[in-house]
Design a protein around this ligand. Structure first.
Ligand code: TYD
Length: 207
């Protein structure tokens, strides 16, 4: 099973995913935990290009192809073999981020993104997607406050961009409500984690 995690920057999804992994490990699940962009040696190199503050001139079309290249490599080299081994794969961001950020955020045509995504993923789809909901303002506020967080090129985009990303996620969720579970991320870490675990365990015990 493939479970993906989505949310605006600063939603705390990575913290939640780490806590969830520890919990599932204790429960005896055989896990494989990756992040996008990155997760492979080639993908991590692509990630550095995408995040580098020096790359201000990056064109959104180039950006989407780089994210997709990292994803294609991750799926072929890591996700498909792990799924074949019967592992539970947890992925920090997946193609929904491309629709939210490059589609709704930058305004690239959604139909083109669908074709690129189909090519990059060869049709692989998440079984469940957890969305950690947080307002774009609160997300940016947290990122600015967190001195340990890496401030990357995408964080640096204007608040309006992050508002469109947020709106974009709402459209994606409305289009496929059965795949998504929305969790209120503007609460303390433990309360959010309780809901994350409940959503994942409900899906795992259903199949
Ligand atoms: P990262 O530091 O991993 O942020 P987060 O912890 O919020 O996931 O940076 C990933 C950034 O890349 C984030 O701003 C979202 C963005 N992104 C896209 O714009 N498109 C994509 O397809 C993906 C996977 C990520």
């Amino acid at each position: 099973m493939l479970i993906t995690f989505e949310g605006p920057d600063g939603s705390g999804k990575t913290t939640q995913l780490t806590l969830l992994s520890e919990y599932l490990n204790r429960q005896g699940y055989s896990l494989f935990h990756v992040r996008e962009p990155g997760g492979t040696s080639i993908g991590e190199q692509v990630r550095n290009v995408l995040h580098d503050m020096a790359n201000q001139e990056m064109n959104p079309r180039a950006e989407v192809l780089l994210f997709s290249a990292s994803r294609a490599q991750l799926i072929a080299q890591a996700i498909l073999p792990a799924l074949k081994d019967g592992k539970l794969v947890l992925c920090d961001r997946f193609y929904d981020s491309t629709f939210a950020y490059q589609g709704y955020g930058h305004g690239l045509a959604l139909e083109a993104l669908r074709q690129i995504t189909q090519f990059a993923t060869d049709g692989l789809r998440p079984d469940l997607t957890i969305y950690i909901e947080i307002s774009p303002e609160e997300g940016l506020r947290r990122r600015r406050q967190d001195k340990d967080a890496e401030w990357n090129r995408l964080d640096d985009l204007p608040t309006d961009f992050h508002r469109r990303v947020h709106e974009g996620y709402r459209h994606l969720i409305a289009a496929e409500p059965d795949r998504w579970v929305v969790i209120d991320g503007e609460r303390d870490i433990e309360a959010v984690q309780t809901d994350v675990r409940a959503a994942v365990m409900a899906r795992l015990t259903q199949s």
